[in-house]
Design a protein around this ligand. Structure first.
Ligand code: PBE
Length: 305
């Protein structure tokens, strides 16, 4: 933080020494110099929001924010992958440089770095979200034990975040899932309550390679395996994930973010899905920045000139 201030002071000094001297005086001039500094942060970011996969709901919302907010005029949302976003965020934090990413909770990044959501006065990113479980029609009749376990699966944001952190710190996805299960047998017992073990019944779950969904899908897969199922987990893009469940090609998924993030996909497919309700409460999406940045709201960013 200290380095960052000096760096920006250096930029200001290059422009005008009197501005710095004056900036120490009245609050009006301080506000003026603050605005200039924030402008340079937006400029330094090349007016770019660091996005994730193109099909993600949070990327669509970020694109909508660029259209709606005057402060984001001329900005672009870059798309790549959740992993590339996390790398860019880590590098920016290391160098105390400004960065705006498409973010979400639960996510290990909040445990690892000091981050904040930018306020979203227009509500483009929606409010609190649930993560819901969706299965194919007919699963209840064909594979009642799998259906019941998926129906009874529910955990907390802290549970999910602890699995994500272990994976982020280098544990394999399977190991992290097994470790959480061992430490939370009481919860797992609730999910399997009233079901019978099976012998090799096949179950395919789909997900997207978002860190949150890697965690949940691996935990559910391990629980199903411990009950005797032959489980396949298949990573897809967001649209195909919804489609494969709606078309009955796979058993289901635990990765439906609603009502906002995947609202369009839900509307498109809801007639062909069985909605098993929330498996996690209190999720959220938005634009996320390191706390050392001065901007607190999307409106504090500066349009490209
Ligand atoms: N996410 C994580 C997803 C949902 C889960 C927020 C990146 C999305 O934006 O679609």
């Amino acid at each position: 933080m200290f380095n960052f201030d000096w760096k920006r002071l250096g930029v200001a000094a290059g422009l005008s020494l009197t501005l710095i001297a004056a900036g120490c005086g009245s609050s009006e001039e301080e506000a003026d110099s603050g605005a200039k500094e924030e402008k340079s942060a937006s400029e330094e970011m090349n007016y770019e929001i660091t996005g994730i996969e193109a099909g993600a709901g949070v990327v669509k919302s970020a694109q909508k924010a660029v259209e709606e907010y005057d402060s984001l005029a001329g900005w672009e949302v870059s798309t790549s992958s959740s992993g590339a976003m996390a790398t860019a965020l880590g590098e920016a934090v290391e160098n105390e440089e400004p960065i705006v990413v498409t973010g979400w909770t639960p996510h290990w990044k909040f445990a690892k770095y000091d981050l904040k959501y930018l306020e979203d006065p227009n509500g483009v990113f929606g409010g609190e979200e649930q993560i819901k479980t969706m299965v194919r029609k007919g699963l209840e009749e064909d594979k009642p034990n799998a259906y019941q376990i998926l129906d009874q699966f529910q955990w907390t944001a802290d549970d999910m975040q602890s699995v994500m952190l272990d994976i982020n710190e280098g544990m394999s996805e399977e190991e992290a899932a097994k470790k959480w299960i061992e430490n939370n047998q009481d919860k797992v017992d609730e999910w399997t309550k009233g079901t019978d073990k099976v012998e090799g019944t096949e179950v395919e779950l789909v997900f997207v390679n978002w860190d949150s969904e890697i965690a949940s899908t691996n935990v559910v897969a391990q629980v199903l395996m411990q009950q005797g199922f032959d489980v396949t987990i298949t990573p897809l893009d967001n649209g195909p994930m919804w489609q494969s469940v709606a078309e009955g090609e796979v058993a289901g998924m635990v990765a439906a973010w609603l009502p906002g993030t995947h609202g369009d996909l839900y509307e498109q497919h809801k007639e062909n899905l069985v909605d098993l309700g929330a498996n996690l409460e209190g999720a959220k999406i938005g634009l996320v920045v390191p706390k050392y940045m001065e901007a607190d709201s999307i409106e504090d960013l500066k349009p490209a000139e």
